[in-house]
Design a binder for this molecule. Structure first.
Ligand SMILES: Nc1nc2c(ncn2[C@@H]2O[C@H](COP(=O)(O)OP(=O)(O)OP(=O)(O)O)[C@@H](O)[C@H]2O)c(=O)[nH]1
Ligand SMILES: [Mg+2]
Length: 197
C-alpha cells in the first residue's frame, strides 16, 4: 500500500482547523461552528511532479490520555498549528501547542507550519501579521496567514509543510505497539533513513 503522509492540526478552539481542512480537501467553506471531537480526511495531491496521499487528522488526540497521545504523535509527519488573527487567546496559546508537539514527539525540531487563519476578517484583526511572522521565526517554522473562507494560502500551507516533511530525517517506529488502538498506518523508509514520498 502506498504510504500516507500524516498531518495533524492543532491550536485553540474555534480558530478554523476543521474549516481549513475541509476547504483544502473539498474546496468548500463551512459557515457553522461545530466543535470537533476527532475527524480524519484523505486527499491526493501532486507536488513537484510526485503524487502524494495525505491523511489529515483534525483534533484527533484532543481528549486522549498521555499514552495514546504519545502513540499518536509519533506517527505524525507534520503539524499545522493554527491561531486566528481575530483571537488573541489563540495566539497566546501557540507556544503551549508547540511545546506539546516537542514533548510527545520527544524532539526539539519537527516539520511544523504556523498559520494565522481568518485573514479575510481584517476589520476584526487583533494580531498583526508581523507578530505572527516574528513568533514563527523565533521558533524556526514557516508561516502563512490564511483564510479558510476565501482559500487564501490554503494550498501553499500544505505544500510548504510537505516540503518540510520531505527534508526531515524521519526515524519512524515501524513496529507499532500491537495493543495500541490506533489504526494509523506506517509509511515506508528508504535506505538512507528518509521518508519516501
Ligand atoms: N471568516 C472566516 N471564518 C472562518 C475561517 N475559518 C473558520 N471560520 C469560522 O470559524 C468558526 C470555527 O471554525 P472551525 O473550523 O470549526 O474551528 P476549529 O478550530 O475546528 O474549532 P474546534 O473543532 O472547536 O477546535 C466556524 O464558524 C467557521 O465558519 C476563516 O478563514 N474566515
Ligand atoms: Mg474543529
Amino acid at each position: 500500500m502506498d504510504p500516507f503522509v500524516k498531518i495533524a492540526t492543532t491550536g485553540a478552539g474555534g480558530v478554523g482547523k476543521s474549516t481549513f481542512t475541509i476547504q483544502f480537501c473539498y474546496s468548500k467553506f463551512i459557515e457553522e461552528y461545530d466543535p470537533t471531537i476527532e475527524d480524519s480526511y484523505r486527499k491526493q495531491v501532486e507536488i513537484d511532479n510526485e503524487i502524494i496521499d495525505i491523511e489529515i487528522f483534525d483534533n484527533y488526540y484532543f481528549d486522549w490520555g498521555n499514552y495514546f497521545k504519545y502513540e499518536f504523535y509519533k506517527r505524525i509527519h507534520g503539524f499545522i498549528v493554527v491561531y486566528s488573527i481575530t483571537d488573541e487567546y489563540s495566539f497566546d496559546k501557540l507556544e503551549n501547542f508547540l511545546n506539546e508537539i516537542y514533548k510527545y514527539r520527544e524532539v526539539e525540531e519537527f516539520p511544523i507550519i504556523i498559520i494565522g487563519n481568518k485573514n479575510d476578517l481584517e476589520d476584526r484583526r487583533v494580531i498583526k501579521k508581523e507578530e505572527g511572522e516574528e513568533f514563527a521565526i523565533k521558533h524556526g517554522c514557516p508561516f502563512y496567514e490564511t483564510s479558510a473562507k476565501t482559500r487564501y494560502n490554503i494550498e501553499e500551507t500544505i505544500f510548504t509543510l510537505l516540503r518540510e516533511i520531505r527534508k526531515y530525517p524521519f526515524d519512524l517506529d515501524l513496529n507499532p505497539n500491537p495493543n495500541s488502538n490506533s489504526n494509523i498506518q506506517i509509511p515506508k523508509k528508504n535506505n538512507s533513513n528518509c521518508f519516501i514520498f
